[in-house]
Design a protein. Structure first.
Length: 97
């Protein structure tokens, strides 16, 4: 977001959720569990493929592997993730065209 607009989502309850009772918590290694955001448990950016902006690899079978990526789980990245929603919507429009 640009400097002229306040990030209204900061410090709001809807922008952070940590499900510590989940049997998979935390689902990534070497993370700060105090700031681990479970809101995007299944990353909405997955569909963007190599344009998601995260740290990922592809398996030998060609599947996207996001185990090394914590981008959607970092408390301060809510705005970044939400800002990508228009790209996701455009992708869906093209697929359903």
């Amino acid at each position: 977001m640009d400097g002229d607009r306040k990030e209204v989502w900061r410090d709001k309850e809807y922008s952070f959720f940590s499900h510590r009772e989940c049997e998979y918590f935390p689902c990534h290694e070497d993370v700060n569990t105090e700031d681990f955001n479970c809101l995007f448990c299944y990353c909405p950016l997955y569909a963007l493929g190599d344009k998601c902006g995260g740290t990922f690899s592809f398996t030998e079978r060609g599947y996207k592997n996001c185990m090394g990526c914590t981008r959607p789980h970092e408390r301060g990245n809510y705005g970044e993730i939400i800002a990508k929603y228009p790209e996701i919507a455009e992708l869906i429009k093209r697929q359903n065209g």
